[in-house]
Ligand binder design. Structure first.
Ligand SMILES: [Zn+2]
Length: 461
């Protein structure tokens, strides 16, 4: 118990010196380039040269990027007059905590009782094969991924997804042209950024080589340690070399997607190109409402409150006129206010500033997906009703189906503080209540729960 208190005290100090989640969304605030000598001056209690040597990092670094200088100063203060026993207890805790899921059952269960049940309200530990599969994906995902795509991703699915991406890009291009609040100069920059945005679909062209990584049947925990060490060395090896633009930051089986502002690229692993997001045999309305809106979401990230601060080459550089930037900010304030009003649990509200980027991306993504879908139907035979739903209704159902989740209140509560995404229900009801197309599709009338007054609706992209 004494050790637990020691660890808690150190963690509390470190947390106090950390940026809030909202502060850390500012890419300028977290980009602090420092010469190694300057870092040593900021935090002299740490012997940086020795640290780098022990970690196998070459000494000839000209600079480092310190994302949170105040945090480093706090680490320095803790180590300035170190209580060696306290620091040892702290390090021991982190070693045990990080390895706990891979050790024997009594430790796994104890760890789950706290991390799973207390913090997230989860009642039962996931089955072992699922935990091991997840862990394999996290550690050697491009080896697992090669097997995964053989059974779960066809060239036809890739072609169809690429066609959707192209249609979405065309819709956003059109959209930018017709925006009434953006000047011609900024539009031109936006178009340049959009036209140079790189798309990656399914899996990498070049698979990662795991040669030298030892995985055997003796110790599960040792395998995990070997994989972490291997990955650390892989990253250190990149120092001083040209950027590898073919690299993926997610593995192929991952059910997720990303926009990487530093590379100006959108990436869709094979894992998300599956039902309910995407089904090559399903009707277009559902696919565009699901995967189409996800593609639109990632595209829009390039132009959300964070992404818009990066240029076409991925550099942190302002390409907006002052006036356009102000108009954009005004529009985003409507979104912040709207989401601040959502209450997933009694007395617990969404943080509209923390979730702004994601909410902009959802609204923009759905808007351009709708337009891309309509355009893709031109000249095609109208499908008509399926299961009693019109194509327009099915488009919105496609989005809603993607966000069906089961979540305990403890988890919702935690994510309201930590997750930049809004709770699933509001990722659906939020953007839809801003879209005239939705009101029309479902004939929403005043008095309906989904009704938001015209003057309070948000519209950006
Ligand atoms: Zn996102």
């Amino acid at each position: 118990a004494a050790h637990a208190k020691t660890v808690m005290d150190i963690e509390t100090k470190l947390a106090g010196a950390s940026m809030t989640r909202v502060e850390s969304r500012d890419p300028y605030a977290t980009y602090n380039k420092m010469a190694l000598a300057a870092l040593s001056k900021t935090a002299p209690s740490l012997n940086w040269n020795q640290y780098l040597t022990k970690a196998g990092i070459p000494q000839n670094l000209d600079s480092v990027i310190v994302s949170q200088p105040k945090f480093i100063k706090q680490v320095n203060d803790i180590l300035a007059k170190p209580d060696v026993e306290a620091v040892k207890a702290y390090l021991r805790w982190h070693l045990v905590h990080s390895m706990a899921p891979y050790l024997s059952s009594n430790i796994v269960n104890e760890n789950f009782a706290f991390s799973g049940t207390v913090l997230n309200g989860v009642k039962a530990l996931e089955q072992r094969w699922k935990r091991v599969l997840d862990n394999t994906n996290n550690n050697i995902g491009e080896a697992l991924g090669q097997e995964y795509v053989k059974v779960a991703f066809t060239p036809e699915a890739k072609d169809k997804a690429l066609e959707m991406v192209n249609n979405l890009k065309a819709a956003l291009k059109e959209k930018i042209n017709t925006l009434d609040w953006m000047s011609a100069g900024t539009k031109e920059q936006a178009q340049h950024k959009l036209s140079t945005m790189v798309t990656k679909i399914g899996y990498p062209d070049k698979w990662r080589d795991y040669k030298g990584l030892n995985i055997d049947r003796n110790s599960y925990a040792k395998n995990v340690m070997n994989a972490s060490e291997f990955e650390f060395k892989r990253m250190v090896n990149k120092l001083g070399k040209p950027i590898d633009r073919s690299e993926w930051l997610m593995t192929p089986p991952t059910v997720n997607a990303y926009y990487n502002p530093a590379m100006n690229e959108i990436v869709f692993p094979a894992g998300i190109l599956q039902p309910p997001f995407f089904n090559a045999d399903a009707d277009d309305a559902v696919n565009y409402g699901g995967m189409g809106a996800v593609i639109g979401h990632e595209l829009t990230h390039g132009f959300d409150d964070q992404g818009r601060q990066f240029d076409a080459d991925g550099n942190l550089k302002d390409w907006w006129t002052k006036e356009d930037a102000e108009k954009f900010k005004k529009k985003t304030e409507v979104v912040v206010k709207q989401f601040n009003g959502y209450q997933p649990l009694p007395g617990e509200y969404v943080n509209g500033s923390l979730t702004l980027g994601e909410n902009i991306a959802d609204l923009g993504g759905l808007t351009i997906a709708y337009e891309a879908w309509k355009k893709s139907q031109e000249g095609k035979k109208e499908v008509g009703k399926i299961d009693g739903f019109t194509p327009e209704q099915r488009f919105f159902l496609g989005w809603a189906q993607v966000w069906r989740v089961n979540e305990r209140p403890e988890s919702t509560k935690q994510r309201l503080i930590t997750d930049p995404h809004s709770p699933a229900m509001f990722r659906v009801n939020g953007p839809l209540s801003n879209m005239p197309e939705f009101y029309k599709a479902y004939n929403i009338q005043p008095g309906s729960k989904m009704m938001v007054a015209d003057s309070l609706r948000a519209s950006i992209w």
